[in-house]
Write a protein that binds this ligand. Structure first.
Ligand SMILES: Nc1ncnc2c1ncn2[C@@H]1O[C@H](COP(=O)(O)OP(=O)(O)OP(=O)(O)O)[C@@H](O)[C@H]1O
Ligand SMILES: [Mg+2]
Length: 224
């Protein structure tokens, strides 16, 4: 049923991937029907009576079309907040892309859109042989890059964009302003806009909630 899966990556951990992914889900639901969030691998989780729970996955679940259960949105969940391949190793296992693919297929079968949130940045390892980038490139999904606008972000954004474009389509990017906003905010965003090889889809202001961000997406295809 899905006609679009989008992979959301970021210039780093903590740059606003979850917030932007939630905004994207809200916009896609308002625009064209069903949308599911997908956090294939999460590290950093609480023990609950129902099992391990990760905050990103819970937020994505809350912004998805109702009816999904936790495991559908987050098939691989580890307790320590460390790199996923290390968390998996500590749990005595390796992350298997076939498991992630099967979970994605189940979401895609029931939803028009699937919004996938990676972990950390673009080249984060999944296991001893593969990175998230390898997996996404094999799937052929378009990639949205979230840039936290702060000192150093131009370098991080250009490095990420170059690596993404080697193997995937960079669909667009979002400027996310996490407080405190840096000096020369607009000049920084303009410098990114001039140099990144994909359209700026939204500028999420400091304190902007997903609902507000959802309304301002602009860009190719999906948001016209
Ligand atoms: N535009 C914004 N204004 C204010 N706070 C923000 C904004 N964007 C993100 N934040 C906050 O910054 C923190 C990091 O955001 P978020 O969790 O979305 O990042 P992430 O890239 O998904 O992180 P992770 O790598 O842990 O998945 C969160 O506490 C979030 O609420
Ligand atoms: Mg996140």
């Amino acid at each position: 049923m899905a006609d679009a899966t989008i992979f959301v990556t970021g210039t780093d951990t903590g740059v606003g991937k979850t917030r932007i992914a939630c905004a994207l889900l809200q916009r896609l639901r308002a625009q064209s029907g069903t949308a599911a969030g997908f956090k294939p691998v999460a590290s950093g989780a609480r023990r609950t009576p129902q099992g391990l729970r990760n905050d990103d996955a819970l937020e994505l679940l809350a912004h998805s079309t109702p009816g999904l259960d936790y495991a559908a949105v987050n098939p691989c969940c580890f307790e320590p907040p460390i790199a996923p391949h290390l968390a998996a190793r500590e749990a005595g296992m390796e992350i298997d892309c076939a498991v992630l693919d099967a979970a994605h297929a189940r979401l895609a079968a029931g939803h028009r859109h699937v919004v996938v949130e990676g972990a950390g940045g673009w080249l984060v390892p999944l296991n001893s042989r593969q990175t998230f980038a390898d997996w996404v490139a094999e799937r052929g999904w378009p990639v949205l890059l979230v840039v936290a606008v702060r000192l150093g972000c131009i370098n991080h954004a250009l490095l990420s964009a170059e690596a993404i474009e080697r193997r995937c389509r960079l669909f667009g990017w979002v400027a996310n302003v996490i407080p405190p906003a840096p000096e020369r905010l607009q000049e920084n965003i303009e410098s990114l806009r001039e140099r990144l090889p994909a359209p700026l889809l939204a500028t999420a202001g400091a304190g902007a909630e997903p609902a507000a961000i959802a309304r301002i997406f602009r860009g190719p295809g999906l948001f016209e």
